[in-house]
Ligand binder design. Structure first.
Ligand SMILES: Nc1ncnc2c1ncn2[C@@H]1O[C@H](COP(=O)(O)OP(=O)(O)OP(=O)(O)O)[C@@H](O)[C@H]1O
Ligand SMILES: [Mg+2]
Length: 260
């Protein structure tokens, strides 16, 4: 099967620091692939280049054979490669439902300005977006808080809202940077199940960065390991847990041991 994403010889330098050095790997359609590695290994930097939030110093990222690196985040999101939005892009004075509706406009015919100023094209989209927003809210189990103001939400619900906003753009590939961070075991297991359903029921390809090793081992089809900006391993969870270089990289790091 041809890959949906190809990361080809991607390098990122910040002045003297090489955050990613000649990283190459491929992601298959409907795969759940995790990128792991100790703090500062270059995981988030890699995700930012895949989503064009950062330019590559060299190398390129292809989505279905076409280059998506060094465009703009907006252009890449429109193609269907979406990084989950941080809290800051949530409109805190709007309700959960309004936030999800607004997020639909990223892919809309009508502009965001049209939404705010009430053009007729925007009104036509509006009904479809509202229906889709309710479907996403239902899918994520947020029905009970749909009319809550975002500013009133606890952290866990904000995370779920960020996910809803990402889904509203109808992604083909979803990039999740530490989706389980700060969650307790039960919350993490619920989120693991949800990410699986994104793939199983919606056919979304998922890339995730995570430090929660039990969750990573449970959820991933394959894992790519970065260390000091280098790719040091790639394989199935079982292969990664048995990999000498990976075990070495994690020894003496602050992260939890890789084996479990
Ligand atoms: N905008 C930037 N300017 C300069 N250096 C940066 C920038 N962004 C990241 N770095 C550096 O690049 C390296 C990789 O950072 P990155 O955030 O990608 O690591 P990470 O693997 O995501 O780490 P963590 O697990 O702690 O989130 C680090 O040394 C970091 O300090
Ligand atoms: Mg990071």
């Amino acid at each position: 099967m041809s890959p949906i994403l190809q990361i080809r010889h991607v390098t990122k330098r910040f002045d003297g620091l090489v955050a990613n050095n000649d990283i190459s790997f491929e992601v298959g359609e409907r795969e759940i692939l995790s990128v792991i590695g100790p703090n500062g290994a270059g995981k988030s930097t890699l995700f930012k280049m895949i989503s064009s939030f950062l330019r590559t110093t060299s190398g390129e990222v292809l989505f279905r054979g076409a280059r998506i690196s060094n465009l703009s985040p907006h252009a890449v999101a429109r193609k269907g490669v979406v990084r989950t939005f941080q809290e800051t892009t949530i409109f805190r004075s709007m309700t959960v439902r309004e936030n999800v509706i607004v997020a639909h406009h990223l892919r809309a015919r009508a502009s965001l300005a049209g939404f705010f100023f009430g053009s007729s094209a925007a009104r036509a989209d509006e009904a479809a977006f509202a229906a889709s927003a309710d479907e996403i809210i239902g899918f994520l189990g947020l029905g009970a808080i749909a009319d809550e103001l975002a500013s009133n939400l606890p952290q866990g619900h904000l995370r779920a809202l960020g996910m809803a906003i990402g889904l509203a753009t109808n992604p083909t590939v979803l990039l999740l940077d530490e989706p389980f961070a700060g969650m307790n075991h039960d919350e993490t297991m619920r989120m693991v199940a949800l990410v699986r359903r994104l793939r199983d029921e919606r056919g979304i390809t998922v890339l995730l960065v995570e430090h929660d090793m039990p969750a990573v081992m449970k959820i991933s089809d394959r894992i790519v390991v970065l260390n000091f900006g280098e790719k040091i391993a790639e394989g199935t969870p079982a292969e990664i847990q048995a990999n000498e270089r990976v075990i070495e990289a994690y020894l003496g790091s602050e992260d939890a041991a890789i084996g479990m």
